[in-house]
Design a protein around this ligand. Structure first.
Ligand code: SF4
Length: 429
């Protein structure tokens, strides 16, 4: 059956610009460069501010998830801006394929476009489940391999950046290196290398050495803070009111679990489905092979980071699964599901006891596995200092930041108590 909506055709590939919402800047810039190499003209949207929220509220039902409202508001704001030739624009949006509303954002977007007078703009679904096919966009094996490498590099760069910025002698020196590596890796991809396991090992080793050479002051009093939550809110500055930047301004060392964890979580859930509801043996074997294949890339990054004691490497996915199992059933997989809880447990194990759980309006699943699990997590580790922060169109940034500052003051008290205990122990020895 022919779609009632315009689709992204093969002819549009060379003549249209694809606009995609920004989420995690380092990972997305690498991914976009991969798509550019494949012949797509693509741009990440960075328009921000109250107008984006206003347009989201105008064209999306106000009881829907806040990330949908923001992403759609941002796209319509871009079309309204007059910067683009809207008859040569396509919009890209992801579909997770899970049971949550994230699979249906595309329908909300199409409806909003019709309402805003842009019904002719094709929408491109980015997903790995064969949903909403567009003849002009094909995911090739080479793209997938480069995409996995882009996420591995992006996650590692994000982690190293966050562990250098609060201590750097010369502000900007870390970001300079991040940008240089994004450029270098993109050139490698364009030239057809940089994404094999051998290249990843070599590049990641060089990246870790390069970041370890940044001049830092480790004596600065810094609070370690982890960020978890719904995937868009966790990474997107538009969603979380520039949370990472705010925490840096408050002398915090931030740890944000990588996007690769979400990819592995999606794969692992296929196995959990088979465990719980049954399924074919062939599917089990294929999923296990894929998990092992992708997991090996994650291990390469973790090994490279662990080589340098200055950096704290993330916990490998197989142990994240165990962290989840300690707290809740792995059958809990709507939204970020058990992964969100497992990430909070992992962060505490890595010494990031202060955690901000970002929760968007309209998101029941993540309230359950986020806010709903805090009590249990505190029982498992009394040092946990977790604050859930709600984000919605009417939420005041000042209130959000004040609640975070309150959490940071508790964190500072705990840090001082811990260091005076350590001093007393040293004196009595
Ligand atoms: S995870 Fe939450 S915010 Fe995301 S689609 Fe599901 S309900 Fe909406």
């Amino acid at each position: 059956m022919r779609s009632a909506y315009p689709t992204f055709t093969a002819q549009m590939r060379s003549t249209y610009t694809i606009l995609a919402p920004m989420m995690a800047p380092i990972q997305f810039n690498l991914l976009v460069n991969v798509l550019k190499d494949e012949g797509y003209t693509i741009e990440l949207l960075t328009n921000d501010g109250p107008e984006v929220v206003r347009k989201g509220l105008k064209y999306v039902h106000n009881d829907t998830c806040y990330p949908a409202l923001l992403v759609i508001g941002q796209m319509i704001d871009a079309l309204d801006s007059g910067i683009y030739d809207n008859h040569r624009i396509a919009l890209a949006i992801t579909q997770t394929g899970g049971g949550c509303r994230a699979s249906n954002y595309i329908h909300l977007l199409r409806k909003a476009l019709v309402k805003a007078g842009y019904g002719y703009v094709p929408v491109l679904s980015l997903n790995l489940k064969g949903m909403d096919r567009n003849s002009g966009f094909r995911v090739t094996v080479r793209m997938l391999r480069k995409g996995i490498a882009a996420l591995i590099y992006g996650d590692a760069l994000m982690l190293l950046r966050n562990q250098c910025i609060p201590y750097e002698h010369h502000p900007g020196s870390t970001d300079f290196k991040v940008n240089r590596w994004v450029d270098r890796l993109s050139v490698q991809f364009r030239q057809g290398f940089g994404y094999s396991r051998f290249s990843l090992r070599k590049n990641l080793k060089a990246i870790v050495t390069d970041f370890a050479a940044i001049g830092i002051d480790t004596n600065r009093p810094v609070v370690k803070v982890g960020i978890v939550g719904e995937i868009y809110m966790k990474y997107a500055a538009l969603g979380n009111n520039h949370l990472e930047q705010f925490l840096h301004s408050q002398s915090c060392e931030v740890m944000i679990p990588g996007i690769m964890g979400f990819v592995l979580y999606g794969l692992y859930n296929q196995l959990e489905d088979i465990n719980l509801y049954g399924g074919s043996r062939v599917k089990t074997v294929i999923v296990k092979i894929l998990l092992r294949y992708v997991g090996k890339f994650e291990h390469i990054a973790i090994e490279a980071i662990r080589q340098n004691p200055r950096f704290i490497a993330p916990i490998p996915f197989e142990h994240t699964v165990d962290s989840g199992r300690e707290v809740l059933s792995l059958g809990c997989k709507m939204g970020e599901g058990w992964l969100l809880t497992a990430e909070m447990r992992d962060l505490a194990k890595l010494g990031y006891h202060n955690i901000i759980c970002v929760q968007p309006f309209g998101c029941l699943p993540n309230h359950i596995v986020g806010k709903g699990m805090i009590h249990k997590l505190k029982e498992l580790d009394e040092r946990s200092n977790i604050v859930p922060i709600d984000y919605d169109p009417g939420a005041s940034r000042v209130n959000q930041e004040n609640r975070i500052k309150l959490m940071l003051s508790v964190a500072n008290e705990n840090r001082l108590k811990a260091s005076s205990v350590a001093d007393r122990q040293r004196i009595s020895m």
